[in-house]
Structures are given as C-alpha cells and as structure tokens.
Design a protein around this ligand. Structure first.
Ligand SMILES: Nc1ncnc2c1ncn2[C@@H]1O[C@H](COP(=O)(O)OP(=O)(O)OP(=O)(O)O)[C@@H](O)[C@H]1O
Ligand SMILES: [Mg+2]
Length: 456
C-alpha cells in the first residue's frame, strides 16, 4: 500500500489527501498521520504518478516533497494551481531551504513544512487546509461581512484588492501590505484573517513602532517567571496570543535590527523561546506585515534585513491611494456618514461633494473619515456645506513627486490639474475667482480646464 503504485483505493467518501514523496519512510509517516486523523491518503513517489492520481480523483489536500526523481514539487504546485484550484497543496522542504519554501508559496502553495517533519505542525497544517472556505463560497464558509468591516469601493483597483484578499485568505503565505497611511492596510489584514481557515483563532495587531526596544523580546515571545526583575509570573507574548491565528506586524520597518534577527528565526523555525526559558515551543501563526515606508528602500538603506524582507514579503498586496480612485469617494462618504450618524445621516450639498471629488487626500480614507467626523459636528442640521469640510490647503502634489515611470509632461499636467482643482474647490467652483487665485486670466483657465479634461 505504500509503494508508489498508482492504484486508486475504493474508500467511500472519505476526505482524501495526496502524498507525494520518493522516500518510502516519509510516505509512511505521512500516510499514518493522515490515517490517524480519520482521512485517507494516496501515495505517489514521482511527479508522473502524482499527475495520474490527480487525473483520477479530487483531493482535499496534497502534500508534496520538493525534490522528486522525475521533477520537482513546484511542478505539482503549479499543476494544481492551474487545474485543480480547489485543492490546497503544501510542500515539504529540506531543512533550512528558505528559497524553496518561498518559491512554492509564490507559486500558489498553501503552506510548507521543513524536514524533519514535526508531527504537531503537520497535524495543524492538515487541519487548517481542511478548514479552508471553498473557492467562491463567500456565503458559506466566510463570516458575514458587517458594514463596519467591508472594503468599500466600486473602482477597478479596489475590486482587484477584494479578489486578492479572497485568494490570499486561502493560503498561509506571509503577506506584506504596502500603501500610504490611511489606505486600509489594517482593514485588509483583518479581512484576510476573517476569510481564512484561521478566522476562529485570534487576530493580533502589533504596532512595531510603539514597543520600547528593551521590552520587545518579551512582548513578542513572552517570558518565564523570574526571567528578570519584575517578572512575577509567566507571561505569553504576541506569538502565543496569536496561536492558530494571525499576527499583524504593523509598521514592521520600525523593528530594530536585533529584533529582526529574532523574528526571522521565529518565522523560519515556526518556534519561539520565552525570555528566561531554555526550551522552545512550536507556534502556528500566520504573519501579515505592513508599513507605509517602502520596505525595499529600507533594505537598501540597511535598516531592514534583506533575509527578513524576503521572508515577510512573499506576496505583496498594494493598497491604492484614494486619489487614484476618485469613484470610490462618493460610496465611501455615504458609508462613513452612516457609520458616524446612523440611519439618517446628513447629506453633502453639491459644492461640498465636488470639493471632496477634487481633493487629493494625502491621508487617504482615514483623512476622509476625520473630515466627515468634523463636518458632521460642525454642520447645521442635515446638510454638510463646503465650509464644514474645512479642507486643508492641499500639498498633495508634494508627496507624490517623481512617481515611478511618470514622464515630465505627465507630472506637470498632474501638478497643474491639482492646482486648478484646489482653486476651484476653494472658490466653490467659481471660475473667475479661481483664475484670480491662480494668477491667470479667465480665458487661460478655461483653456486649461478643457485641455486637462477637468469636469465640474
Ligand atoms: N475601502 C475602505 N472601505 C471602508 N473603510 C475603509 C476602507 N479603507 C479604509 N477604511 C477605513 O479607514 C480607516 C483607516 O484604515 P486602516 O487603519 O486600515 O489604514 P492603514 O493603511 O492601516 O493606515 P495607517 O497607515 O495610518 O496605519 C479605518 O477606519 C478603515 O476602516
Ligand atoms: Mg495601520
């Protein structure tokens, strides 16, 4: 039964796992573990045999070795991702071979295990794979998205982010969420967790920039009673608190270098050691990190370790700035006003709505929230007018200088458009007043408005 022979075993409607490894004793170990969990395994010794099994049968999980006599595990990962998207696949890598693990996760593997295979890790991997919500089954596995936790926005960019979130929820790969401040990085991290097999375990957000350096190790990994003065009892760290769930490392670029080394170790080994303890304990935690810095720049500047960068940045999710998706502003305003004021929120008059459309939101959705909160406090009755918004004279252009790949002409047009939109917003869309403010003639302004395709 443990030879690599391709022979389908008749077994009712058991949950089936495909095991692919060329070493007979590893196949046996995996087969036994799977059987003890009440599942059944088919075992293949080569890529070819694995292909044959996959053609005959649907599997709820595939565990594959990386190095196989007739190919490598990545081929199987890719094949499954292309043809059998329903089946999560995990790879088993040689001890310390991080590149392999990262390559597999990027190719769509759900998770990986390092050799020698630790049985507790294997069992928790199998459990989470079987707990995965099914593809496209938002209604049945996933929790109902409450109004407060939805990612709002009809723009193509946000639709794409929502699709990515669904996809990422079905993997255990470490994710790095990039984006300017206030773009919804933490919200995205929560949604990934809430839609994943880990949703019933904790989501632990940690602001890496807010922890004093001398407390970091004990905050992350916990400590034993008596480890240092004041350690009066054992305490868990963030890793233990997030056991089975997700650890969200916000502002990860703010971690000091010595802590980066320890974090890398914890992620790689899936084990941590409490301060004052000699033994390590296994942890099963998914890492999602974020920062509003460009992490790559931090690596170049030497403030962020390259090896940790590759580890946390297996898959990047980019949150687009609000100024690149102005069609999201109106639906966001509506939803945020309802969140702030309940069932009968105030309305924005046309000028106020236009001004928001024209505004550049350097602080993104968070700034929009703040603007609306202030406006609802300031407004008279049920209508928010331009004045209530108290829009800051914007400096939007400054912080987006030199966007990648932008030509000089595009840049100049963007600056010009921004300046005109702001002048229009400030003057309640009175072109004569706006022209005066900009120091150009009315005719010149009208020409520029047309040329730049600015709509009121
Ligand atoms: N698309 C969206 N739909 C609904 N709410 C959103 C959306 N994007 C952001 N928000 C809300 O905006 C606020 C800021 O989002 P969040 O804290 O996730 O941003 P962030 O990128 O982590 O910001 P920072 O860099 O400042 O930490 C939150 O209240 C969040 O719920
Ligand atoms: Mg945040």
């Amino acid at each position: 039964m443990l030879t690599g022979k391709v022979q389908r075993r008749p077994r009712g409607d058991l949950i089936r796992v495909l095991v692919v490894d060329d070493e007979a004793d590893i196949r046996e170990l995996l087969d036994l573990t799977v059987a003890r969990m009440g599942l059944s395994a088919d075992c293949a010794a080569t890529v070819t045999e694995a292909r044959q099994f996959l053609e005959q049968q649907r599997y709820q999980l595939c565990l594959t070795d990386m190095r196989l006599p007739d190919g490598d595990g990545l081929e199987i990962v890719r094949l499954i991702a292309e043809r059998y998207g329903e089946t999560p696949v995990a790879v088993i890598t040689a001890f310390g071979n991080t590149q392999n693990a990262v390559a597999a996760l990027k190719a769509g593997a759900f998770d990986y295990l390092a050799k020698p295979v630790a049985l507790d890790q294997l069992r928790s991997l199998i459990k989470s794979a079987l707990d995965l919500p099914r593809v496209g089954a938002a209604a049945d596995g996933a929790p109902p998205a409450s109004a407060a936790t939805r990612l709002i926005g009809p723009s193509a960019a946000i639709c794409q982010v929502r699709e990515m979130i669904d996809k990422l929820a079905r993997s255990q790969a470490p994710i790095y969420i990039s984006g300017e401040s206030g773009t919804g990085k933490e919200l995205a991290a929560r949604l990934i967790h809430d839609h994943s097999a880990r949703r019933t375990a904790p989501f632990i957000p940690v602001n890496c920039g807010a922890i004093p350096e001398n407390l970091m190790e004990s905050e992350f990994f916990g400590y034993r009673k008596g480890a240092f003065t004041g350690a009066e009892s054992d305490r868990e760290g963030f890793f233990q608190a997030a056991q089975g769930g997700t650890l969200f490392l916000d502002e990860v670029a703010d971690l000091p270098l010595p802590m980066q080394v320890k974090l890398l170790r914890a992620i790689q080994e899936k084990r941590v050691r409490k301060v004052g303890n000699t033994a390590e304990e296994a942890v099963d935690v998914r890492i999602i990190s974020a920062t509003h810095h460009r992490l790559k720049d931090c690596v170049e500047a030497g403030t962020f370790r390259q090896d940790l960068y590759y580890r946390v940045n297996v898959i990047e999710l980019r949150m687009p700035p609000l100024r690149e998706r102005s069609e999201d502003i109106e639906p966001l305003v509506e939803a945020l006003l309802r969140r702030l004021c309940g069932a009968q929120p105030p309305r924005l008059d046309r000028q106020a709505a236009n001004a928001l459309q024209a505004y550049s939101f350097p602080g993104n959705v968070r700034e929009l929230e703040n603007i609306l909160e202030r406006a609802t406090a300031l407004c008279n009755g049920d209508t928010v007018v331009l004045d209530d918004l108290q829009l800051a004279p914007a400096m939007a252009v400054r912080d987006s200088l030199g966007r990648e790949g932008e030509s000089l002409d595009d840049y100049i047009n963007r600056v010009e458009k921004q300046a005109i939109l702001e002048a229009l917003a400030k003057t309640a869309f009175n072109r004569t007043a706006a022209a005066r403010l900009l120091g150009v003639s009315f005719r010149s302004l009208r020409y520029r408005i047309e040329r730049l395709g600015i709509e009121e």
